[in-house]
Design a protein around this ligand. Structure first.
Ligand SMILES: Nc1nc2c(c(=O)[nH]1)N[C@H]1C(S)=C(S)[C@@H](COP(=O)(O)OP(=O)(O)OC[C@H]3O[C@@H](n4cnc5c(N)ncnc54)[C@H](O)[C@@H]3O)O[C@H]1N2
Ligand code: MOO
Length: 445
């Protein structure tokens, strides 16, 4: 992507300056967003950079795994006939003719009456039919059952001795067969697999260093408001710390994105547009907070409303939800980068991200948009009132089938948000919930 000029942007509202006459439902807004999101183009990534990403290729196993027959125990590679009928009283006495460590390429053959010391993971030598664990032998000590292998080359380092085997062993016992994990030509991981630690381990095991996946979206987070001061700096009169840009950046990371936090931008549409232009160069999605309501300094709305041009469009609308009523969504710049203009109240921003941005980022990655678990829970306290015609998302603490609201409905209550682990959903047609009634709860990760 290349840097873009200001004129690359354009947008429009759904209606009046107040955000349009029509009130959109939560589901309509989400459908509109998801209908306009296309998964990112696949790229080839190093294994660890692909963690959490969706594979877009069937990965074929190039060579059998394990690549050779090998021992699953520290012990002795033997011929089964030599130890048939062996016991601690009447052990089979074998001559130790070699020692094989994992990774060794030298494999001394096992002849009749012979044994080779072998370590876990070491290749099975020719002639061997089974491995006897060291605990079933005297470990070349001439005494009772061993608990550990003796030093290679005998205790005094002057060559190999004799091992007394106390038990018989079945053919192929303690041997991991070549290809017993996965055979050459099989599919190790199919397109569509989400690469977690175990899948990455498998790909490494079969020798893959890179994979082709849908990448994590690069998300630019921009907060707006002339009242905002970065944490760590003293507050002036009437000013507050910028919390949304930190919270939303963390939200984006939590959703799987690579997130870039941009410091708060003043309520100046020219500065906002210039900042956005600069940032688009590294963005697969943009999230802004604040400046979308009906105030005199609603910078995001002002900057992205009334732009002309063929490329891009941002719609501002009112939603039938609380918190999160004012929202903007569209695609900007020549690459049509999705832009989410979230309301500035911190709880509104958070809830909006959960409901709309998180699913969209997942869709960009080729993942199913919805991933939060939804459960029914008893709300012992009930909910005294909820606005008619709006879906309300209250903050709650969920445990063992019960949920308790924390804080009130105020969308400035960040402490209650931080104490919550769930959102209580009160439907549009419900204006109160009786104590002890069941409610729907979205569990936050
Ligand atoms: N007359 C009306 N006023 C408001 C309406 C309305 O319909 N009519 N809607 C209210 C609702 S609901 C919301 S939500 C807010 C949304 O307003 P904006 O998106 O324009 O946000 P701001 O005005 O910029 O800020 C609102 C609030 O949040 C604080 N804020 C903003 N950014 C941050 C940040 N990065 N970190 C911490 N706090 C932030 C800001 O200081 C304000 O207190 O509008 C209502 N008003
Ligand atoms: O929608 Mo506002 O988000 O109610 O505070």
């Amino acid at each position: 992507m290349s840097p873009r000029r200001c004129s690359d942007l354009s947008s429009e509202t759904d209606g009046s300056a107040a955000g349009g006459d029509r009130v959109w439902s939560v589901d309509e807004h989400l459908d509109d967003i998801l209908g306009k999101i296309r998964p990112l183009e696949p790229i080839e990534l190093q294994l660890l950079d692909a963690q959490g990403c969706v594979l877009v290729e069937d990965v074929v196993v190039p060579a059998a795994l394990p690549p050779f027959d090998n021992s699953s125990m520290d012990g002795y590679a033997v011929r089964t006939a030599d130890v048939a009928g062996a016991s601690e009283e009447f052990p089979a006495v074998l001559t130790v003719v070699g020692d094989i460590a994992a990774g060794s390429a030298e494999l001394p053959p096992v002849g009749p009456g012979e044994a080779v010391r072998i370590m876990t993971g070491a290749p099975l030598p020719p002639g061997a039919e089974a491995v006897v664990p060291v605990e079933w032998t005297d470990g070349e000590s001439g005494e009772g059952p061993a608990v550990t292998m003796a030093e290679a080359g005998g205790e005094d380092g002057d060559g190999f001795g004799e091992v007394r085997v106390h038990r018989p062993v079945a053919a192929r016992a303690h041997i991991r067969d070549r290809g017993s994990d996965v055979a050459a030509g099989e599919i190790a991981a199919r397109a569509g697999t989400v690469l977690g630690p175990a899948q990455l381990g498998l790909l490494a095991a079969i020798g893959r260093a890179t994979v082709t996946v849908r990448p994590r979206p690069r998300v630019v987070v921009l907060s707006t408001g002339s009242e905002l001061v970065p944490p760590g700096e003293p507050l002036g009169e009437g000013r507050i710390h910028d919390s949304n840009s930190f919270m939303l950046t963390a939200c984006a990371r939590d959703a799987g994105a690579l997130a870039y936090r941009v410091g708060a931008v003043d309520d100046d549409p020219v500065v906002f547009r210039a900042t956005l232009e600069d940032q688009l160069v590294r963005a697969d999605a943009v999230v802004t907070s604040g400046g979308v309501s009906v105030g005199a300094y609603d910078v995001v709305k002002e900057a992205l409303t009334g732009l002309t041009g063929a490329e891009g469009k941002v719609s501002f609308r009112r939603l039938a939800m609380q918190p999160g009523k004012p929202q903007g969504f569209g695609r900007v710049g020549p690459d049509r980068v999705p832009l989410f203009a979230l309301p500035g109240n911190p709880v509104s921003s958070y809830v909006s991200f959960e409901l709309f941005v998180r699913p969209a980022l997942r869709a960009l990655m080729g993942l199913p948009p919805a991933d939060r678990e939804t459960v029914r829970a008893v709300c012992a306290d009930g909910v005294k009132s909820s606005p008619a015609g709006k879906r309300q998302f209250l903050r709650g603490r969920y445990a063992d089938g019960e949920v308790t609201p924390v804080g009130g409905a105020g969308s400035h209550l960040v402490k209650a948000l931080a104490d919550a682990n769930a959102l209580i959903v009160v439907p549009e047609d419900t204006t109160s919930v009786d104590p002890g009634a069941e409610v729907e709860v979205v569990l936050l990760g």
